[in-house]
Design a protein around this ligand. Sequence first.
Ligand SMILES: Cc1cc2nc3c(=O)[nH]c(=O)nc-3n(C[C@H](O)[C@H](O)[C@H](O)COP(=O)(O)OP(=O)(O)OC[C@H]3O[C@@H](n4cnc5c(N)ncnc54)[C@H](O)[C@@H]3O)c2cc1C
Length: 286
Amino acid sequence: MYPASFEYVAPATLEEALETLGRYGDDAKVLAGGQSLIPLMKLRFAAPRVLVDINRLPGLDTLVEEDGLRIGALVRHKTCERSEVLGGRWGTLGAAAPLISDPIIRNLGTVAGSLAHADPQGDWGSALLAMDAEVVARGPDGTRTIPLRELFQGPFDTSLEPTEIITEVRVPDPGPVAGGTYLKLERKVGDFATVGVAVHLSMDDGRVGRAGIALTAVGPTNLRATAAEEALAGRELTDDAIGEAARLAAEAAQPHSDTRGSADYKRTVVRVFTERGLRTVREGIR
Ligand SMILES: Cc1cc2nc3c(=O)[nH]c(=O)nc-3n(C[C@H](O)[C@H](O)[C@H](O)COP(=O)(O)OP(=O)(O)OC[C@H]3O[C@@H](n4cnc5c(N)ncnc54)[C@H](O)[C@@H]3O)c2cc1C
C-alpha cells in the first residue's frame, strides 16, 4: 500500500526541526532511519501530515566514550555493530547490535529511533535498560533527560512529547570491571525476538556491584527484572546466585502465548538465557 499523502520537511538545524514540530504538534512525526515509521505509514497505521526528516541535522551521528557512552540520535545500528568501542565493559550493546534484523535495516535504523518507537520486541530497549541508559530530549522548553525506565510507558508509547526530539542516548560509565551480553531467540535470522535477555554486571572487589537484567518481547514494554538484579547485588557470582537470579528473571517475565511460542516456553527461555548470559559474563570478567 502507499502511505497517505504528507508534507516532507528536511531542516538544516535542530532549532528549525523543533520549530516545525512545535507548529504541527501531533500532526508531525520525526523521521530518522524510517525503518519503523515508513512501514507503519505504508500500512496506514500512521498518517502524519508532516514528516520532519532529521537526517541532515549536524552533530548527531557521534558514538563516543566520553563521560560514559554517548550515542547520537543518528547513530545507525550498523555503526554500533562495527564499533570497536562496544566490546568489554559495553559488551551488552556490542552483542545486541548484530542481532537486530538484517543488514538492510541495520544500515538505516537508528538506536534513538528504536527507543522512540518503543516496540516491546525491540532489542536496544533491553540492552540499554540493563545499562541504566537515559535519553536526552530537546523540546520547545529546553532539554531534559529521561531514564529509559520512565521513557517506556506501554507498547509503542513513550513519555516523549510530540514536540521533542531525542538528540542523544547516554549510558553511564559501568566502572573498570564490568561486562555484559545479549541473547536473542529468533525463528530465523532477521526476525524480531521471540525472547531476548540483556545482562550487564559491574563488579566491585570480586562481588557484583550493580546488576542489570532486562527482557525483550515478554511484556508490554522492555522489562527490568528488578528482583533478579537485587538478588545479585553484593554477592559473588556463584552458580547458586546465578540460578536464583535466573529463576527471578523468569518470574518477572509477562509472556503471552502466540505463534512464536507458548507463554511457558518463553518463560523457560528467559530463565535459560539469564543463566547462560550471567555465566558468559562471569567468564569474560575473569
Ligand atoms: C523487517 C523489520 C525487521 C526489524 N527487526 C528488528 C529487530 O529484530 N530488532 C529490533 O530491535 N528492531 C527491528 N526492527 C526495527 C528497526 O530496528 C528500526 O530501525 C527502529 O525500530 C526504528 O529506528 P529508525 O531510525 O528507523 O526510526 P524511524 O522509523 O525513523 O522512527 C520510528 C519512530 O521513532 C520516532 N523517532 C525516530 N527518531 C527520533 C528522535 N531522534 N526523536 C524523537 N522521535 C524519534 C519517529 O517519529 C517514529 O515514531 C525491524 C524493522 C523492520 C522493518
